[in-house]
Write a new protein. Structure first.
Length: 226
C-alpha cells in the first residue's frame, strides 16, 4: 500500500477526521489490524486563515506547495490536501510534487449520480469559481445558498466548527439552508467543507448528503491500494 501524505491543520479538527476515516476504511477493506501508512504535516491554520482573509492566495499556494514537497521528501507516495477551500490553490500544490495529487472535487464528483447539487462550504468555496468550474467539468451544476444563508454557513464554520464548537441552533439553521437548496432543485447536497460533518448528517436533509471528506478518503484508499 502506498504511503499517503496529508496536508492538514485547516482545521486540525477536520484533519483528525481524515486520519480516523483513512484508517477505518483501510481496516474495513483489509481486515485484521491493518491501518493506513500515512504522514501528516499540520500547517498553522491561523496563518492560512489570514492569507485567505487578505486575499493572498499566491502566498497560500506557496505555503502549501512547500508542505507537499516536504511530505514527498519524507516518503509520501501520494498527497491529499485536507481541506476544500484551499483547493483554490490546488494547481500550485500538485505542481510541486512528482507523486500523484488527488483533487477533492474530482473524488467527490465521481461519487455523484445526479446532475444538480447544492453546495455548502466557506464563502470562498461557495462564491468563487474554482469549485463550480471543476464540478462543471464532470457535468454537474452547482447551486449555492442565497444571502443571508451564505454568510450564516460561512460564519458557523469559522466561528464554531473550526474551534470545535457544535451548536444545536446552528444545526437547525443548516437544516433550513439545505431545505431551501432542495426546494430550488438540488438533487443532492455536497458538504464542501471538511468540518460540516461535525454538525449535520443525513437525518438533517431530505436529499442525499455527499460528504466530500469521505469521498476524498475513499478515493485515496483506492489509489493507495491500486
Amino acid at each position: 500500500m502506498r504511503t499517503i501524505g496529508l496536508i492538514g491543520g485547516m482545521s486540525w479538527e477536520s484533519s483528525a477526521e481524515y486520519y480516523r476515516l483513512l484508517n477505518e476504511e483501510v481496516r474495513r477493506r483489509l481486515g485484521g489490524h491493518h491501518c493506513a501508512p500515512s504522514l501528516l504535516l499540520t500547517v498553522d491554520f491561523a496563518e492560512v486563515e489570514r492569507l485567505q482573509r487578505t486575499g493572498q492566495w499566491e502566498r497560500a499556494g506557496e505555503l502549501l506547495a512547500d508542505a507537499a514537497r516536504r511530505l514527498e521528501g519524507a516518503g509520501a507516495e501520494l498527497v491529499l490536501l485536507c481541506t476544500n477551500t484551499m483547493h483554490k490553490v490546488a494547481a500550485a500544490v500538485a505542481g510541486a510534487v512528482d507523486v500523484p495529487f488527488l483533487h477533492i472535487v474530482d473524488a467527490t464528483a465521481r461519487r455523484l449520480d445526479v446532475r444538480r447539487v447544492g453546495l455548502l462550504g466557506t464563502r470562498f468555496t461557495m462564491e468563487q469559481e474554482f469549485y463550480r468550474e471543476r464540478m462543471a467539468a464532470h457535468g454537474i451544476e452547482v447551486l449555492v445558498p442565497d444571502e443571508p444563508d451564505r454568510t450564516l454557513v460561512h460564519d458557523v464554520i469559522y466561528r464554531e466548527l473550526t474551534r470545535n464548537r457544535v451548536e444545536p441552533a446552528s444545526r437547525a439553521a443548516y437544516r433550513d439552508v439545505m431545505a431551501r437548496l432542495v426546494e430550488r432543485g438540488a438533487e443532492a447536497v455536497v458538504l464542501g467543507c471538511t468540518e460540516i460533518t461535525l454538525l449535520v448528517d443525513q437525518s438533517d436533509c431530505a436529499a442525499p448528503l455527499v460528504d466530500s471528506t469521505r469521498s476524498h478518503v475513499e478515493a485515496a484508499v483506492d489509489l493507495a491500494l491500486g
